[in-house]
Ligand binder design. Structure first.
Ligand SMILES: NC(=O)NCCC[C@H](N)C(=O)O
Length: 406
């Protein structure tokens, strides 16, 4: 159920913790059923999720948000709506059909076929992909068709759309569509591009950054305070990507300081939000192992379209200074290193704030959640036994569209 006020809310996000009003989620679907032990690594899942249970867990997550008055927009719905525009369908077909994979003839006949299907079916194909076995009949003489296994992908599935945080990020009233680093996620950019270009709710919104710039993933971008961004630089976001997003944010007047924060180039720490998320206006929960070592390279505008970087300097001090506060509190999870490592791996530090001091977290991270509560943070627990197999928590699975100003 949504209220009139929520429906009218214009996209705008200037912090991590302002009361969440609208959010974009992706309910996992058929694309997760494509995962097998042979392809799960390439598709960036650490196991084979039980899809029905993952959907139940996701529905429960969405219900927690709705229960707190948040408008939940689902990607399948907004993509389907965007694809009602014929121009979106044409672009969607062109970006999904890869002639290098299919060869000229098969690509041509698949493009014709997809141009004739309705918006909902096309939305399904764009997210769940298509196997050779599912291709429309005809082209029996195609070498490509004959030589591929029926189970090979003619169009790759996008199981990581579940992590809607990474593919786009709102900064102020502009949306930055990510340039995703891993081959398994690159096509997500074009799906989100369709949504923001053609869905009536978004099509007038301005863009920040450019989807074809150097890699930046939304999980690396933290809106520490209005005008202050932190951008993790590691396995996904590159220094050039961070600089490019900073330049765009400065030029659009969306930020005065951007902190580039190096993180280890490991799967466990693939994004900054795997080790640090904000839980209150002046507080973060942070993986203890990085607490004292995290540094930042502050960037500011040179006032003529360029970016000036300095540092490295200690992250916590640089963040507090840029935010104009005395100290950025780190909720001390006080965990022994083994428990901390286990809970970090299971997204214990990946919380989604619904308001200052109110977060959604995976229930399995018992110790981290207990410490958050000891520090006065309200923790709304969700189950993530299956959702977590893609290695992402509540923040990763949510793209805030509208928050009250913090
Ligand atoms: N912000 C995040 O940390 N997102 C999690 C992304 C998980 C996904 N399987 C990936 O490897 O990209």
């Amino acid at each position: 159920m949504t209220t009139d006020v929520q429906v009218q809310a214009q996209p705008r996000v200037d912090s991590e913790v302002g009361t969440l009003r609208s959010v974009l989620l992706h309910r996992p679907g058929a694309e997760l059923k494509r995962l097998t032990p042979r392809n799960n690594d390439k598709l960036l899942f650490d196991g084979i999720p039980w899809v029905d249970r993952a959907q139940e867990e996701h529905d429960a997550f969405a219900e927690v948000l709705r229960g707190r008055g948040v408008e939940v927009m689902l990607l399948a719905d907004v993509l389907g709506k965007a694809l009602e525009d014929g121009r979106a369908r044409t672009t969607g077909v062109l970006t999904a059909v890869d002639e290098r994979r299919l060869g000229y003839e098969l690509a041509d006949s698949l493009r014709s076929h997809l141009s004739s299907v309705d918006a909902k079916t096309l939305a399904h194909v764009l997210t769940a992909g298509m196997t050779f076995e599912e291709l429309p009949v005809a082209e029996g003489a195609s070498l490509v068709r004959r030589m591929h296994s029926p189970y090979d992908f003619a169009i790759d599935p996008l199981p990581n759309l579940l992590f809607s945080r990474d593919s786009s990020v709102w900064i102020g009233d502009r949306v930055a569509i990510a340039s995703l680093a891993m081959p398994a996620r690159v096509r997500e950019t074009s799906v989100l591009d369709l949504v923001y270009a053609y869905h009536p709710r978004f099509r007038l919104s301005g863009r920040a950054y450019g989807a074809h710039s150097a890699p930046v993933e939304g999980g690396d971008v933290l809106l520490l305070a209005p005008g202050v961004l932190a951008i993790g630089v590691g396995e996904r976001t590159t220094p050039a990507g961070a600089e490019s997003l900073a330049r765009s944010a400065f030029n659009d007047g969306l930020a005065h300081t951007v902190l580039a924060v190096p993180i280890a180039q490991d799967r466990a720490t693939m994004h900054l939000d795997t080790v640090c998320t904000m839980v209150d206006r002046d507080a973060v929960v942070m993986y203890p192992a990085v607490r004292d070592t995290l540094v930042a390279y502050p960037m500011r505008s040179d006032d003529s379209g360029g970016v000036i970087a300095s540092g490295p300097v200690p992250f916590l001090a640089a963040a507090a200074e840029a935010m104009g506060i005395e100290r950025l509190r780190v909720i001390d999870t006080g965990l022994d290193s083994v428990t901390a490592e286990r809970e970090q791996w299971d997204d214990g530090n990946n919380t989604l704030a619904l308001a200052p001091g109110v977060v959604v977290a995976y229930e399995r991270n018992v110790e981290t959640n207990a410490r958050l509560e000891d520090a006065g943070v309200e923790v709304l627990r969700i189950s993530g036994s299956e959702l977590g197999s893609g290695r992402g928590g509540p923040r990763c699975m949510s793209c805030p569209i509208n928050r009250d100003s913090a």
